[in-house]
Ligand binder design. Structure first.
Ligand code: MN
Length: 263
C-alpha cells in the first residue's frame, strides 16, 4: 500500500497530519493529474494516464476514449509510468513504443469512490475528468476474456451527463493540447524532438521499416485532417462544447435540396 510507510512513520494520536483515510485529507496534497497521449506506434492508440500514488496508472485504448455512453472502449492496462511522463510529447525513434506521441488531452481527475485502491482491486473505478476534451463522469470496469495481454483488460465508459454526446471526439478534436494545432507530422517535423529515452530501446532490424510506415501514416493523417477542416465551416456563436455536439452539415447537399424544392 502506497501510504504504509507514511503511516508507519507517524503516530496519529500525536500529529495533526491527516492519516489519509478520507478523500478530502488526501486532496490536501493537490489535485490529481490525468492525461491522454495519442500514440502512433505499430498501431494507433490512446494512452490514458491517471496519477495515483505518485505514478501514472496507464491503459492503452485502441479506439480512443468516446464521450458517447453507448460506446464501451477496450482499455488494456499497461505498466505504471513515471509522473513526468504525463506531459511528454515527441518522437520515440526506436524500440518499445517506437513512434510519435501527442499530448491529446490533459487536466485533473477526481475519484468518485471513497477508496481508489479498493476500487482498482475490485475492477470498478468511477471518476470525474476535467480536461480540455474529456470532462464529466466516467468508469473503468475490469473485464475477463479479451485483450490477451499479461495485464488485465478494462472498459472505459462515459456516464450520461452534460459532457456526454454522440460525437466522435477523437476525430472531432484530433490535435495536440501541448503544441497548438499540431498533428503527428508537425510533432515529427519539430526541430528538436523531445525524445523519451527512459525505456532503453532494444535495436531491431524492423525498426527502420516500422518507422517509415509511421511517417507515411502521419503524413496521410495530415492530408485527411486538411480535407476535413477545409470541407466544413465552423458553426458560429456557439460554445465549444455546443460545437462538439453539432455534426458537420452537408451544406452543398442541403442547398441543392432547397433548390430542388423551389424548382
Ligand atoms: Mn502507448
Amino acid at each position: 500500500m502506497p501510504l504504509d510507510e507514511y503511516r508507519k512513520k507517524r503516530d496519529f494520536s500525536k500529529t495533526p497530519e491527516p492519516d489519509g483515510s478520507t478523500a478530502p485529507a488526501r486532496k490536501k496534497g493537490g489535485e490529481l493529474f490525468f492525461s491522454v497521449q495519442k500514440h502512433l506506434a505499430s498501431h494507433l492508440h490512446y494512452d490514458l494516464r491517471l496519477e495515483w500514488n505518485g505514478v501514472l496508472l496507464s491503459w492503452a485504448i485502441p479506439k480512443g476514449p468516446s464521450i458517447d455512453p453507448a460506446d464501451k472502449r477496450l482499455a488494456m492496462q499497461t505498466e505504471d509510468h513515471p509522473y513526468a511522463y504525463g506531459t511528454f510529447e515527441g518522437v520515440i525513434p526506436e524500440g518499445y513504443g517506437a513512434g510519435i506521441v501527442m499530448l491529446w488531452d490533459r487536466g485533473t481527475w477526481t475519484p468518485e469512490v471513497p477508496d481508489v485502491d479498493a476500487a482498482l482491486r475490485k475492477g470498478d473505478l468511477k471518476f470525474t475528468l476535467d480536461g480540455f476534451k474529456l470532462k464529466g463522469s466516467w468508469a473503468l470496469i475490469r473485464t475477463r476474456g479479451f485483450g490477451g495481454g499479461s495485464k488485465p483488460s478494462w472498459l472505459l465508459i462515459k456516464h450520461k451527463d452534460e459532457w456526454a454526446g454522440p460525437v466522435a471526439i477523437a476525430e472531432f478534436a484530433p490535435l495536440s493540447v501541448k503544441t497548438p494545432e499540431a498533428d503527428f507530422a508537425d510533432i515529427l517535423a519539430a526541430d528538436n524532438p523531445d525524445v523519451w529515452t527512459s525505456n532503453a530501446p532494444a535495436k531491431t532490424g524492423d525498426t527502420g521499416k516500422l518507422f517509415q510506415r509511421i511517417i507515411r501514416q502521419a503524413v496521410e493523417m495530415k492530408e485527411q485532417g486538411k480535407k476535413r477542416t477545409s470541407g466544413d465551416e465552423e458553426p458560429k456563436a456557439e460554445g465549444k462544447r455546443q460545437k462538439a455536439k453539432v455534426p458537420p452539415k452537408p451544406k452543398a447537399k442541403a442547398k441543392k435540396a432547397k433548390k430542388a424544392k423551389k424548382a
